[in-house]
Design a protein around this ligand. Structure first.
Ligand code: NAG
Ligand code: NAG
Ligand code: NAG
Length: 309
């Protein structure tokens, strides 16, 4: 006589915990891939690298990072793609067409578009060179023009779309005012997508919403975009530098500049929390994490760098 009510309790408990699991569609343990790229003058111990600032940037918003090494097999990239929750294509100096960085970006971009089309939400971020690579992949054309933007910080000229974008809509109003009026966005690029080239390219205007533009004094270029139908985001500027790089006098470090770093990272990591990929085991996850490597203090243009053999 006692068994029956107990059974009902157990069944009810099971049913409700299944429902809880089903509703837990937020992944609070996101792992993000960052592409490595070839060093300019390789040695046997240092053939590729990731600047530590990109890693700290993502970690500061509650993610862990795995390095995505160059020149690995497509199968290895596919397996890694199925294990991570988003990917960042960093800035740097690699070739947009022939480098291992370019090849890995092409493979991950394609996998990301396919995944998103099937409802597997997978965010992609491009910073500086990463944005240039995204534009090249989306349009199939090299549309870059030279601009005088190698070492300066600028306020963003927001478009109307920028103010209502996914990326900026939850930024505090005072930070949006600072971003629009103070030089908080660091630019270190010789090449840009001019607004005029962007506008003429249907593959880009259909895919990306322009959130901000900037000018070098004579040429207006695209500085921030988000894709209309995909979680694909890009900045020609460097959100990670404000909090984590110190070598150049024009790097902004004001309270609003540091908040900019944090809110950008926070946005992207919250996007990654919508992805439910995971490593096949904890052991696989541990082996992949950047924690397995040590950074070097370079005294160069990046404070700290992770080098890979
Ligand atoms: C990766 O492959 C490219 C193209 O073959 C080559 O130029 C580059 O040196 C390789 N990079 C590394 C780190 O092995
Ligand atoms: C580039 O911009 C800087 C200011 O940021 C200016 O001093 C310099 O004259 C410009 N150079 C050219 C070639 O326009
Ligand atoms: C580019 O297109 C935007 C949006 O349609 C428009 O506001 C802007 O004036 C255009 N700029 C140029 C240089 O073509």
């Amino acid at each position: 006589m006692r068994l029956l009510p107990l059974l009902c309790v157990v069944v009810a408990a099971c049913a409700s915990s299944a429902a809880v699991i089903k509703r837990a569609d937020r992944n609070d343990r996101p792992v993000i891939g960052i592409l490595a790229q070839e060093v300019f003058k390789p040695t046997s111990k240092r053939s590729s690298y990731i600047a530590a600032s990109y890693i700290k940037y993502l970690e500061s918003a509650g993610a862990r990072v795995v390095p995505v090494m160059v020149n690995r097999s497509e199968e290895e990239y596919q397996q890694l793609f199925n294990s991570i929750n988003g990917i960042l294509f960093p800035g740097g100096g690699a070739s947009l067409t022939t480098s291992g960085y370019a090849r890995a970006a092409e493979i991950f971009y394609k996998l990301a578009l396919e995944a998103n089309s099937r409802g597997d939400y997978f965010p992609v971020w491009g910073t500086c060179l990463g944005m240039e690579k995204l534009m090249l992949m989306t349009s199939g054309k090299n549309l870059l023009s030279q601009t005088n933007t190698t070492a300066l910080s600028l306020p963003l000229h927001f478009t109307l779309d920028g103010m209502s974008s996914r990326l900026f809509q939850d930024f505090p109003a005072d930070l949006m005012t600072s971003l629009a009026t103070e030089p908080l966005t660091e630019n270190s690029h010789k090449w840009s997508i001019l607004v005029q080239s962007f506008n003429k390219t249907e593959e880009l205007t259909k895919f990306y919403k322009v959130l901000s533009v900037n000018t070098d004094g004579s040429n207006e270029f695209i500085s921030t975009v988000e894709a209309y139908d995909y979680p694909v985001y890009a900045t020609q500027w460097h959100p990670e530098k404000n909090a984590f790089e110190w070598r150049q006098p024009h790097y902004p470090h004001s309270p609003a500049a540091i908040k900019t770093t944090f809110y950008m990272a926070n946005f992207f990591i919250n996007e990654a929390k919508k992805n439910l990929h995971s490593f096949t085991s904890e052991e696989e996850e541990r082996k992949a994490l950047i924690y397995n490597y040590d950074s070097s203090y370079t005294g160069g243009s990046f404070e700290q760098v992770y080098y890979f053999a």
